[in-house]
Design a protein around this ligand. Sequence first.
Ligand SMILES: C[S@@+](CC[C@H](N)C(=O)[O-])C[C@H]1O[C@@H](n2cnc3c(N)ncnc32)[C@H](O)[C@@H]1O
Length: 272
Amino acid sequence: MKNSPEVLPEQGRPVATMSGHWLLAKLGKRVLRPGGRELTRRMLEAADIAGSDVVELAPGLGHTAHEIVQRGPRSYRGVDTDPNAVAQVNAKLGLDGAVVHADAAATGFAADSADVVFGEAMLTMHGDRAKHVMMAEAFRVLRPGGRYVIHELGLTPDGLPDDTKRDIQRALATSIKVNARPLTNAEWRALLQSAGFEVREETRFAPMRLLQPARIIADEGLGGALRFARNVLRMPDERGRVFEMRKTFSAHREALTAVGIVAVKPAAPAER
Ligand SMILES: C[S@@+](CC[C@H](N)C(=O)[O-])C[C@H]1O[C@@H](n2cnc3c(N)ncnc32)[C@H](O)[C@@H]1O
């Protein structure tokens, strides 16, 4: 990975309104997904990257992109709606232009051109209609038999009452300043199926512990965790936001979970 100066997204925005993930990035956090590096690792294994044409939706700061490239895909491409993120991943990977500034809902990539579409902590940021459109786009870009692998925020159990779901969504929107809409496992799977996918494998789960000390050390390493803690201590406005997010995650820890799902674009039926 190349060492490039980081130009993080949203740094001109007031701390009070920054999206939670970019606020954490400003403080030095690099892993911005609910199930951490461990669930990413499990999903990369399941994706079967080596020798595949891979598209990543929303690579963000490019840490998973780096892991994908290390696994020896035949090709790597990505899209992100944040121009700073796009510039940063391209510089970091040294793959000029591999990541383009585009929406996951309309990537501009050719139909049937990928074996794997990989996306983490992105669908959750959108409502159900938008999620469906992005899933349909992943379906279009994949070849028959291709794998769409997601790592997102989930709710548990499947029968969670609707008013509890609404309370959690409101609390997340207030604290992370993103209209996060996590779904239950059954809802994620049903949405993937409604976009044409088959979901043959069990969902992989991981606890949602993004801001718990043990997880921060596991994700960032001891040095990264110390740098994050130091930044939190010396930046009072940012610290207030982090504590608020942590309080929300803790208050709803029984219901919040990370989910990893592998969906498959069915092979075209054989011609008679
Ligand atoms: C929480 S970050 C996750 C980044 C990265 N996947 C990770 O796990 O570290 C969300 C990312 O999604 C991107 N994003 C949000 N909506 C998008 C969309 N409609 N199309 C493409 N990227 C999007 C953001 O710019 C940001 O980089």
